[in-house]
Unconditional design. Structure first.
Length: 267
């Protein structure tokens, strides 16, 4: 690993000042993706800027039906937060399924969202919850933020500060994890608000997490859940590798969607 300078940031003014003095800085929060990349030589930043101490980054707040989660909030904190348990228990359940205890205690929602790993869990939730990503410069709708595998709308040194969304009437996350890594081979997050459904799918596509409009239409029209098994993915780049064929992953998505729909329908 190449030598680097570490900066513990305490204010936004501090962050902006440090940025002007660094050759190739990278933000770090939990470091679940960045540190392994550095060990492998895939990333060689000159400076690591620890953002966990910045004001508001570790806060979870609710304002009526609106929820805001600071980017440095860990998966474990999301899993156990009482306000989130009441507002959106499906998100808490999602957080409990990420990695192992060590990963959940260090990894953060902001780091996961900014990295946009195609097998990450949160992107499916963001899509289904029609979330908004707040940065130090602007607010970005999720539809404009997630651009593809490991790609987002973030500009150089733009910092994710929070995730915000309106609480759904009901939601569910169903996941089939890889037995070794715990990453999603397929995951479906389904929400219902005011009778309208939104669905996000992760883990199965080279395009990254995507919104599943066909499932939403089927459920909005009140079709039997058994009809989900007939939905196709001809317009999607579904993974096919030694862990599973395209047909296998397509079937996984359908099975998980049927489970999620059954739960949301019952609420």
């Amino acid at each position: 690993m190449r030598p680097f300078a570490y900066h513990r940031l305490v204010s936004d003014e501090d962050r902006l000042s440090v940025l002007t003095t660094c050759d190739d800085p990278k933000y770090i929060s939990g470091g679940m993706t960045l540190l392994p990349s550095m060990k492998l030589g895939l990333a060689m930043p000159s400076d690591l800027l620890d953002v966990t101490g910045l004001p508001g980054m570790a806060d979870i707040t609710g304002n009526g039906s609106r929820v805001r989660i600071g980017a440095s909030v860990t998966h474990a904190q999301i899993a156990e937060n009482r306000m989130l348990q009441s507002a959106c228990p499906a998100l808490c359940d999602l957080a409990r399924q990420i990695g192992d205890r060590h990963v959940r205690n260090r990894g953060t929602i902001g780091g996961s969202v900014a990295n946009n790993d195609p097998a990450a869990d949160y992107p499916a939730a963001l899509v289904a919850l029609d979330a908004e990503i707040e940065t130090d410069r602007r607010n970005i709708a999720v539809a404009d933020f997630l651009l593809g595998m490991f790609e987002t709308a973030l500009d150089d040194h733009e910092l994710v500060t929070a995730i915000a969304f309106d609480t759904p009437d009901a939601a569910r996350y169903e996941k089939f994890p890889h037995p070794a890594s715990g990453y999603a081979m397929a995951g479906v997050f389904l929400s219902r608000t005011g009778g309208a459904y939104r669905a996000g799918v992760t883990g199965a596509s080279g395009q990254g997490a995507f919104r599943w409009h066909d499932l939403e239409t089927l459920l909005d029209e009140g079709m039997p859940h058994a009809e989900i098994s007939k939905l196709q993915f001809d317009d999607r780049d579904i993974f096919e590798d030694r862990h599973g064929s395209r047909a296998y992953r397509e079937n996984l998505i359908r099975v998980l969607a049927i489970r999620a729909a059954a739960y949301v329908h019952s609420q």
